[in-house]
Design a protein around this ligand. Structure first.
Ligand SMILES: Nc1ncnc2c1ncn2[C@@H]1O[C@H](COP(=O)(O)OP(=O)(O)OP(=O)(O)O)[C@@H](O)[C@H]1O
Length: 342
């Protein structure tokens, strides 16, 4: 239903050129939710904006519902764009219009009769749960409510596709979840294909059926979440799955020593990359290796039954038992490092 065929885009600013997209190809089926993830500057916005030609690729084609948008004149393109809704990080509502008038705008521009507009806008406000806010202005709404208005407006022309450009990045975690839930409902109820870009793995995890990873303008992975995370040695995927630093609790950091010495116990940072789940690891250490430990910190994600992330263990066994634990981790390819002794 959406096919991006070998698109590239170079920006020229002053005397410099920057290749934001480099030969990207991607297919998205009708009714799919595809999450595109990448670091800042990876080319995510440029890619999603190429889907409705807000950004025109220098090379390649974009097919939506079988129509090559790159081959259309401006009148034909305007007509096809009505079937592609879009929402943005900062909502892009008109502050001088009420909620009702914001949602009505695309219909007014399309010359739809007044009674039809009223009927449609009320139906849309119901879908996004804002029937009681129709006469309010954007300034009196929360961020989540503003995004709901933007979603209603994006749905006004009954699009086949909804493009979401970092749609939850300006929202707090609870509001993010409720907007993602709404997008999921819309996808199910209206069978709208959703393309969303994000730099957050939790957004991908929450609703995407498929994932594409973009880095430095190139598509580096695509598939189901399970397919993509199975390539966990890929440096980009690995960075998305593992937190950066595990801070050592202040009480231990104060007297942490670099070298082993009698009476000091090792502080070990363990990285889980889906090869063992946390509970199993702790069970094996305690039950099979008889090593007591304190779990000081854990920053883990459970993704489809596998644990990803880091934990900080303060081993409490005797020297032989602790050494046995470290060798168990090594033998089983569980990455770890000793942060010090305390
Ligand atoms: N209109 C433009 N003119 C010049 N350079 C641009 C333009 N738009 C984007 N770029 C550059 O292209 C690269 C990709 O930008 P893009 O906004 O697509 O990345 P992104 O992955 O969406 O990043 P972010 O998450 O920070 O928004 C960046 O280096 C950016 O500076």
């Amino acid at each position: 239903m959406i096919e991006i065929r070998n698109i590239s885009k170079t920006f020229h600013r002053k005397k410099q050129s920057f290749k934001a997209l480099d030969a990207v190809s991607l297919k998205v089926d009708q009714g799919d939710i595809l999450g595109i993830i990448g670091f800042s500057g990876a080319g995510k916005s440029t890619l999603i904006r190429c889907v409705n030609l807000l950004e025109r690729p220098d090379q390649g084609q974009v097919f939506v519902n079988g129509t090559d948008l790159t081959g259309l004149n401006s009148r034909q393109l305007a007509s096809e764009r009505k079937k592609i809704g879009m929402i943005f990080q900062h909502f892009n509502l008109l502050s001088s219009r009420t909620v009702f008038e914001n949602v009505a705008l695309p219909l007014e521009l399309d010359g739809v009769a007044k009674e039809k507009i009223t009927e449609k806008v009320n139906e849309l406000l119901k879908i996004v749960g804002l029937e009681d806010k129709a006469l309010e202005y954007p300034r009196s709404l929360s961020g989540g409510q503003k995004q709901r208005v933007a979603i209603a407006r994006a749905l006004a022309n009954d699009p086949h596709v909804l493009l979401c450009d970092e749609a939850t990045s300006a929202l707090d975690p609870a509001t993010t979840q409720s907007i993602l839930q709404l997008l999921q409902d819309i996808n199910r109820r209206l069978n709208i294909t959703i393309l969303l870009i994000t730099h957050e793995m939790k957004v991908i995890k929450a609703i995407s059926h498929h994932v594409a990873v973009i880095d430095k303008g190139q598509l580096v992975a695509k598939g189901t979440l399970q397919d993509v995370i199975s390539d966990k040695e890929h440096p980009i995927i690995k960075q998305f799955l593992t937190p950066d630093v595990m801070t050592i609790p202040q009480s231990l950091a104060n007297h942490l020593k670099e070298d082993a010495a009698t009476g000091l116990l090792p502080l070990v940072e363990v990285e889980l990359t889906g090869n063992i789940v946390l509970e199993e690891l702790l069970f094996v250490l305690y039950q099979d290796h008889k090593v007591r430990h304190k779990l000081l910190r854990a920053d883990l994600e459970d993704i489809e039954g596998s644990s990803f992330g880091k934990l900080l263990l303060h081993l409490q066994g005797n020297a032989d038992e602790n050494a046995g634990t470290l060798s168990y981790l090594s033998v089983n390819n569980i990455q770890h490092s000793i942060k010090g002794y305390a």
